[in-house]
Design a protein around this ligand. Structure first.
Ligand code: HEM
Length: 509
């Protein structure tokens, strides 16, 4: 016998389906083609689930079908409009923040309002600090301390026994080395030596990404209620504050007592933030949070570059010799300095090639439309739409670069040697273009990329000079093994998880 409630239940489901279909038919994004397994809105959730595992293939498919224009993909709670081709990249990069906002995109994805609070959302001056202080011209002032930290950090986190081959979890080691060397510049010594502080500063990124992803799924009205249960951002900030508070207090006192006469005032990211925070009357917790947000931008992005390069070198150890020759010649001429790193064209080339070939994310130049806009090609983008550039497909496009699917470590140094000196700077690791987008492109391109380039060269040149490398399954008489594959998770590109590389300390360097 039919339950009396059943007709109502059927009616409700029917109305819901009608609403979804109606909303789909009047959706302003409806004119933008969908790429993914299921294009109907009712099934877009399934596409979003599939995208987590098949993001790379989906983006590639959209790029092939709609190059030079736009398509949309389903994320778990919204559509994302993907654009491609130099004309579209130029169009997007020229749009001001009040039309297409990068800040809003980050805050939407990481749900700042519910994870770190409104103040960080309204006044993210810590990013201005990076733009002003970590630019190429000023880097020689702060790099010496980072360079100083490299050797002890590598020796601590890549321990080898005598001169024997030792398996090292390269991603875990890279994270520790990058956290410690970055924190030398961010907070100085001795705090950069604290395992707990370095782990906390790296963990903050994990917590905020986890919380942002979980909160993304809740309707806005429930987010404040859900936040304390799904986010550990506050606890992580508290842990960092425990380390930072005494230092911040000490510096506040010195600023107060000595003012402009403070001759040995620290020149690090923490101090640059405190200088502004004092004027704005911010708390120690605010300062800590801003520092952690910069750690978020700096640590995981740079640290993932190291295993990528080392896996390629372990796969092709014959690359080590020309790199060593270049590093030794550069250091003989300039010492361990930024000028020496600028001479290392081969090392720069392998870093750029790895960023192109592997990268950190499949899509860059994330933006949110702050109002309804019409793109140069006539596409209507309604307010609130999330957009991103098809970076990975662009990097693998033979029309942009011959044999784009081949990892060719020295392709950019060869191109630089063959070209004019003015053109050669455009082929460096940190130089962006509409076809090379790991750092975005245009005015909003990553302001930390020059710092990252020098930091990565400092770490990699030390490893290359001091260690031999091979893949863990190499056999002296067997076929040449291949590096394990990357992991593609939604839009993220991760180096092989939990993989090891065999390292052996070189006898005489
Ligand atoms: C290999 C390493 C890195 C990669 C791949 C990377 C990538 C990116 C990308 C794709 C963006 C967005 C740009 C856009 O959409 O146009 C960005 C922004 C940013 N990055 Fe990086 N980044 C790296 C290292 C760093 C480092 C070391 C720092 C700090 C020391 C840093 C600080 C920032 C900041 C503050 C922003 C936001 C800029 C703004 O709000 O306008 N990044 N980064």
């Amino acid at each position: 016998m039919m339950d009396q409630g059943q007709p109502w239940a059927f009616a409700c489901v029917g109305v819901l389906i009608l609403i979804v279909v109606f909303r789909w038919n009047i959706s302003p994004l409806n004119d933008i083609p969908t790429v993914g397994n299921f294009s109907s809105p009712a099934l877009s959730y399934l596409s979003a689930m599939a995208f987590i595992r098949r993001g790379r293939e989906t983006l590639q498919e959209g790029y092939r079908l709609y190059y030079g224009s736009v398509f949309k993909i389903a994320l778990l709670d919204r559509w994302m409009v993907i654009f491609s081709g130099p004309k579209m990249v130029e169009d997007i990069r020229r749009r001001p923040e009040d039309e297409l906002s990068f800040t809003e995109a980050v805050q939407t994805i990481l749900q700042y309002k519910y994870t770190v609070g409104q103040k960080m959302q309204d006044d993210p001056y810590h990013t201005v600090v990076v733009k002003e202080k970590l630019q190429n011209r000023l880097l020689p002032l702060i790099l010496p301390s980072l360079i100083d930290e490299v050797a002890p950090a590598v020796e601590t986190y890549m321990p080898t026994i005598n001169e024997e081959w030792t398996a090292v979890d390269i991603s875990a080691a890279a994270l520790k080395i990058v956290a410690r060397t970055s924190n030398r510049v961010f907070v100085g010594s001795p705090l950069c030596l604290s395992e707990d502080y370095n782990d906390t500063s790296a963990q903050f990124a994990v917590e905020i990404v986890k919380a942002g992803t979980a909160l993304f799924l809740f309707p806005d009205i429930l987010k404040p209620l859900a936040a304390p249960f799904v986010s550990k951002v506050k606890q992580t900030t508290k842990r960092a504050l425990h380390h930072l508070r005494p230092i911040i207090q000490e510096r506040r006192t010195a600023m107060h007592q000595q003012g402009k006469e403070w001759l040995d005032k620290p020149n690090d990211v923490l101090q640059w933030i405190i200088d502004r925070a004092v004027v704005k009357d911010e708390t120690d917790a605010d300062i800590t949070q801003r520092l952690l947000l910069l750690n978020l931008a700096a640590i995981h992005t740079s640290s993932s570059s190291i295993p990528h390069v080392l896996y390629h070198l372990a796969e092709q150890p014959e690359l080590l010799e020309p790199l060593r020759e270049e590093i030794e010649a550069s250091v003989d001429a300039e010492g361990w300095t930024m000028s020496a790193y600028a001479r290392m064209w081969k090392l720069d080339s392998i870093l750029r090639e790895s960023q192109r070939y592997n990268g950190f994310t499949l899509a860059s130049m994330m933006r949110v439309a702050m109002k309804d806009i019409v793109l140069d090609n006539g596409t209507f983008i309604p307010k609130g739409t999330l957009l991103g550039a098809a970076a990975h497909p662009a990097h693998h496009d033979n029309a942009h670069l011959p044999n784009a699917d081949l990892f060719d470590p020295f392709r950019f140094s060869r191109m630089r040697e063959a070209g004019s000196s003015s053109g050669s700077s455009r082929l460096q690791f940190a130089s962006t273009s509409p076809e090379y987008l790991p750092f975005g492109h245009g005015q909003l391109a990553c302001p930390g990329r020059y710092f990252a380039g020098n930091q990565l060269k400092a770490i990699l040149s030390h490893i290359i000079l001091n260690y031999d490398l091979k893949l863990s399954d190499s056999k002296d008489d067997g076929p040449r093994p291949q590096r394990p594959p990357n992991v593609y998770l939604s839009l993220a590109v991760l180096p092989p998880i939990g993989g090891t590389i065999q390292l052996r300390k070189r006898a005489a360097v």
